[in-house]
Design a protein around this ligand. Structure first.
Ligand code: FAD
Ligand code: DHB
Length: 388
């Protein structure tokens, strides 16, 4: 088989890149290790920056998001039993869209299927060959035999544990990492959200976040030790802990119920440089991870897609400047989102090594944020998404 761009990974970034390129007449094949059902069973991010919203519309997959997503004008930060609001619309003129990653991915799979997009699921042993040459190819196993795809370029959209980044030699790739000493226990519950906007709560017992998927589906998180086992958290224990960390006013009105999903995710900051090696480009979680506190993971994957998509379109029009500057341009935005996610994580979490001093620093910063339009503007412009 042959295509112009072989895409490894059928998560949100691989599918969006495939869909955008297809609409410009550039043919792709997506190789996904898992089944489509498995990919769609993963509950992950919930907040889209406006740039992501516009990119999804440009890809022709915005209809359900526009009909069913919630455009939010602001968010609440809470500390010492009270919340205050950051008004994104007033500070920046922009909003964010609450629409789950699972739904984004479902829409992308549907769009690719409607346009006969080639997605090979359950592709095992994907291997990249000759990425530094002018004639790269990818091999994989499916139905008990080996297949080969020849291509012009390879997009490594295969997440943190994928093969793409590992293909780049150690003496080329530089990795930066910070692993946080706690995780997030997340639940999905078929209950109305406690608040019409998100609540990010700093608390001496640990961070908590109240989010949502729709009018009758809530997503809640509490910071937990990495040693916790998800099976040991009963629903009752989760609701109890959440209520102790959010302002009383919210705790008194929250509607609880059985949980549909419960999982623990570790928190990590990670960046690999460069994001290009020969004809291989790294995109999204394959190149970088942020702790989820700033709602940036999926959005950062989409900004990489934006740069690579435009670079490849330019390339097939005879101009290589976009692909040649891909790594540098993507990384400039990656590091700023890393900084924001790291600072939100530091501001809102209870670190095991924190003394009373660090707690006072967090509380003072939240006090300052509440009273300062300049500080609120800085937070808002990062949260709604820095320009591409
Ligand atoms: P992925 O979504 O990881 O997709 C990569 C795809 O490649 C997967 O489908 C995988 O099966 C496939 N793949 C992997 N290896 C191979 C291979 N060898 N061959 C073929 N295919 C392969 N972000 C937030 O903003 N908020 C959150 O609450 C949040 N929660 C998260 C919870 C978890 C458990 C995780 C892991 C991430 C979370 N994120 C969150 C981050 C966000 O979901 C990611 O940033 C986003 O999924 C990145 O998209 P991607 O397409 O780059 O990678
Ligand atoms: C969600 C996750 C986040 O990490 C975040 O910052 C906001 C919302 C969510 O899953 O809804």
């Amino acid at each position: 088989m042959r295509c112009q761009v072989a895409i490894i990974g059928g998560g949100p970034s691989g599918l969006l890149l495939s869909q955008l390129l297809h609409r410009k007449g550039i043919d792709t094949i997506v190789l996904e290790r898992r089944s489509q059902e498995y990919v769609l069973s993963r509950i992950r991010a919930g907040v889209l920056e406006w740039g992501s919203v516009e990119l999804l519309r440009e890809a022709g997959v915005g209809q359900r998001m526009d009909a069913e997503g919630f455009a939010h004008d602001g968010t609440y930060l809470a500390c010492r039993n009270r919340g205050f609001r950051i008004d994104f619309a007033e500070r920046t003129g922009k909003q964010v869209m609450v629409y789950g990653q699972t739904e984004v991915t479902r829409d992308l799979y549907a769009a690719r299927a409607a346009e006969d997009g080639k997605i090979i699921t359950e592709a095992e042993g994907v291997t990249i060959h000759d990425a530094k040459s002018d004639a790269p190819h990818v091999t994989y196993m499916k139905d008990g035999r080996e297949h080969r795809i020849d291509c012009d370029y390879i997009a490594g959209c295969d997440g943190f544990h994928g093969v793409s980044r590992k293909t780049i030699p150690d003496n080329v790739l530089k990795e930066y990492e910070r692993v946080f000493p706690f995780g997030w226990l997340g639940v999905l519950s078929e209950t109305p959200p406690v608040s019409h906007e998100l609540i990010y709560a700093q608390n001496r017992r640990g961070f908590a976040l109240c989010s949502m998927r729709n009018a009758n589906l809530s997503r809640y998180y509490v910071q937990c030790p990495l040693t916790d086992k998800v099976e040991a958290w009963t629903d009752a224990a989760f609701w109890d802990e959440l209520k102790r960390r959010i302002p009383e006013e919210a705790a008194e009105t929250i509607i609880t119920g059985p949980t549909l999903e419960k999982s623990i995710a570790p928190l990590r900051s990670f960046v690999a440089e460069p994001m290009r090696w020969g004809r291989l480009f790294l995109v999204g979680d394959a190149a970088h991870i942020v702790p989820p506190t700033g709602a940036k993971g999926l959005n950062l994957a989409f900004s990489d897609v934006h740069y690579l998509y435009h670079g490849l379109v330019q390339h097939y029009d005879g101009d290589d400047s976009g692909i040649d500057s891909y790594s540098e341009r993507a990384l400039a935005r990656v590091w700023k989102s890393e900084r924001f996610s790291w600072s939100m994580t530091n501001l809102l979490h209870n670190f095991p090594e924190n003394t009373g001093f660090e707690l006072h620093m967090q509380e003072a910063e939240l006090d300052y944020l509440e009273g300062s339009v300049a500080a609120q503007t800085a937070l808002a412009e990062n949260y709604i998404g820095l320009p591409y």
